[in-house]
Design a protein around this ligand. Structure first.
Ligand code: TRP
Length: 354
């Protein structure tokens, strides 16, 4: 049976500074996936308009995410790095998906409810349709695997619902066109144009929590900069933030179970484990019984070791915006060619004259 060729796609919004949570949860995973996969990584600038229309620093935000990708080790020659607005086919497919998706599906999206808050009537239509554009981002390349955080799982389920409805509603036309692929969904054989995308959520990536409150996610919107480590922080700032990170008075436990009810200790041990590519149990094997006065300096040394080179390379790249723009232009052109191939077929399946 034919199946779709594996292809990894993911996107990061150019809003706010990237922090340790983004790095450990997303970017480091993007880097690792390059080894055995064809990968497309996108700075989703169209999505950045959904919550706020006017961004004075849009271009520098786009360049800064791109610089973070490159500094972390994403290879824009073997893979594709580009910004979403450079490939108008995303928006074109998103429109078609707006006509595939049902309002009822969108109404169930928890991220919309969170972001729109109480003043739903005043949220942009784009914010409501956000998941439809996200589905288009992925499916315009017929990508199969999407590394994302837990909070994006519902959007990926929606992307599958959209793909499935398109496949079903146009079944005869897809069959006649010869563009389809035989897949199985559950036990069912389906002749599909769009694949059922799979999230890549597992792996050692921890939920990185605020350094000031171990029960809250590390976030770029937290008013306290001490709550997060930014990718642009230098060694001294990283050290200061870890030194000031909230802890409790007890020594570290020797077993992972002992971290229960100690969110700050759990978070710092989790960050150490992720940075060192170890399990929490291994970290506690080394530091169990020790005070934070011993653990924190070790964490500082490790964090600086891992992040300082990324930081230095990001700064070097940001000093040469012309180079970053050239990388994006090249990626955009290669992405456009692939996206246009899909769109020609989609227009044909729908029956547009072209
Ligand atoms: N919604 C994603 C986020 O906020 C960003 C995103 C947009 C994305 N399009 C995507 C992620 C496509 C993966 C695939 O994290």
């Amino acid at each position: 049976m034919n199946t779709f060729k594996p292809l990894v796609f993911s996107g990061v919004q150019p809003t706010g500074n990237l922090h340790l949570g983004n790095y450990l949860g997303a970017i480091r995973k993007f880097v690792a996936l390059q080894e055995n996969n064809d990968c497309i990584y996108c700075v989703v600038d169209l999505h950045a308009l959904t919550a706020q229309l006017v961004h004075d620093d849009m271009a520098s935000q786009i360049r800064s995410i791109t610089a973070a990708f490159l500094a972390s080790g994403i290879d824009p020659k073997s893979h594709i790095v580009f910004n979403q607005s450079a490939v108008p086919q995303h928006a074109e497919l998103a429109w078609i998906f707006n006509c595939v998706a049902r309002i009822g599906w969108m109404n169930r999206m928890t991220q919309f409810k969170d972001k729109a808050g109480k003043d739903r009537e005043n949220a942009s239509l784009g914010l409501f349709a956000y998941p439809s554009l996200m589905a288009a981002d992925i499916l315009v390349y017929r990508a199969t695997h999407v590394p994302v955080g837990d909070d994006q799982k519902q959007h990926l389920e929606l992307a599958r619902d959209i793909a499935m409805k398109f496949n079903m509603d146009f079944m005869e036309k897809i069959r006649a066109s010869g563009y389809g692929v035989d897949i199985t969904v559950g036990e069912e054989p389906v002749h599909a144009y769009f694949p059922m995308v799979e999230p890549l959520i597992d792996g050692p990536a921890p939920r990185v929590m605020s350094l000031k409150d171990g029960t809250k996610k590390m976030s770029k919107s937290d008013p306290s900069d001490l709550s997060r480590i930014n990718l642009m922080d230098d060694a001294e700032t990283i050290a200061r933030k870890i030194r000031k990170a909230k802890t409790d008075p007890d020594a570290l436990p020797s077993e992972v179970d002992g971290l229960k009810g100690r969110p700050e200790a759990d978070n710092l041990v989790g960050i150490f484990a992720a940075l060192a590519d170890k399990t929490k149990a291994e970290v506690l094997g080394e530091f169990g019984g020790q005070q934070f006065s011993v653990f924190k300096p070790a964490l500082i040394e490790l964090a600086v070791d891992v992040l300082a080179p990324v930081n230095a390379e990001m700064r070097r790249l940001m000093a040469d915006p012309g180079h970053i723009d050239a990388v994006l232009r090249d990626g955009g052109q290669r992405a456009r060619e692939r996206a246009e191939k899909t769109m020609k077929e989609v227009r044909d399946i729908i029956g547009f004259v072209q």
